[in-house]
Design a protein around this ligand. Structure first.
Ligand SMILES: [Fe+2]
Ligand SMILES: [Fe+2]
Length: 265
């Protein structure tokens, strides 16, 4: 885990970077909104276990959490969910129904602590509404990002993610070309179906996000970005027509392993 960071007066990130061999790093971010009813968004990777809870505790006493919002049930978002549910007995889990049912095949999710939410539906966190939004790109059918109407922040789950060449705290530390390459590559690799979508239909999905007029973009897989959504929407607009990314194969893995052996020499 990296050090937690305050993004807005009431919004913090619990960041980590997952090394992608031969490619760079995938930021993996959870977030805390210190709303009147405090919210944790996602629960990091299991590999970080104690580090994630320590990071959370540095920002808020887990007992004060009232909501745990799960953007989807992929392992890089649910890694510490059970530990957090135990540490935060006053919190309810907000998730898409299918995510809860699928997780229930692995562990007994306490249904009396669950709130099922569909895209377009909201919860009230005391001083703000948090509305579930399906982002234009998603790698999992249970995905619900969210819009915070108090801070005008859009939490976009995996959408707008990027594999970046080095860990950074702020997106300003990356060059424009590094961001664009990383975001286009991630979009193609993580959501290959985008290449089967008619650009005009995809444009409509992007326009739905444009109409949110969000000021802040908090992706699960991008350093926090303010005032850049329009730029990123225009970048994603180009994805359907690009050549699909090819995932690394065994040859690439051999190169990575050889590189590690050489580094150890
Ligand atoms: Fe995902
Ligand atoms: Fe993810």
């Amino acid at each position: 885990m990296d050090k937690p960071r305050q993004l807005l007066p009431d919004t913090h990130t619990l960041p980590a970077h997952f090394p992608v061999p031969g490619a760079g790093f995938l930021p993996v971010n959870a977030f805390v909104i210190k709303a009147q009813e405090p919210v944790l968004i996602d629960t990091g990777m299991a590999i970080d276990s104690d580090g994630f809870i320590e990071s959370l505790e540095a920002v808020i006493d887990p007992k004060d959490l009232r909501w745990i919002w799960l953007t989807h049930d992929d392992a890089d978002h649910t890694g510490n969910l059970q530990a957090v549910m135990n540490a935060a007995p006053n919190a309810r889990l907000v998730a898409y129904s299918l995510a809860v049912l699928r997780m229930s095949t692995a562990w007994p999710v306490p249904m009396d602590r669950v709130r099922w939410l569909n895209p377009g539906e909201s919860i009230n966190a005391g001083d703000r509404n948090l509305t579930a939004i399906r982002p234009p790109l998603f790698d999992n059918p249970t995905t619900i990002g969210l819009f915070d109407d108090k801070t005008n922040a859009f939490f976009s789950a995996d959408c707008f993610g990027a594999i970046i060449p080095r860990p950074v705290e702020d997106i300003a530390e990356l060059e424009e070309g590094e961001i664009a390459r990383g975001m286009l590559g991630w979009a193609s690799l993580d959501t290959p179906w985008v290449h089967m979508v008619k650009p005009v239909d995809f444009q409509q999905a992007l326009d739905r996000i444009r109409r949110l007029d969000a000021q802040h973009l908090f992706s699960g897989h991008l350093p926090p970005a303010a005032g850049m959504i329009e730029h990123f929407l225009q970048l994603l607009e180009t994805v359907p027509a690009t050549v699909p990314s090819v995932a690394p194969n065994q040859e690439a893995l051999e190169q990575v392993l050889q590189g590690r052996r050489n580094a150890g020499d």
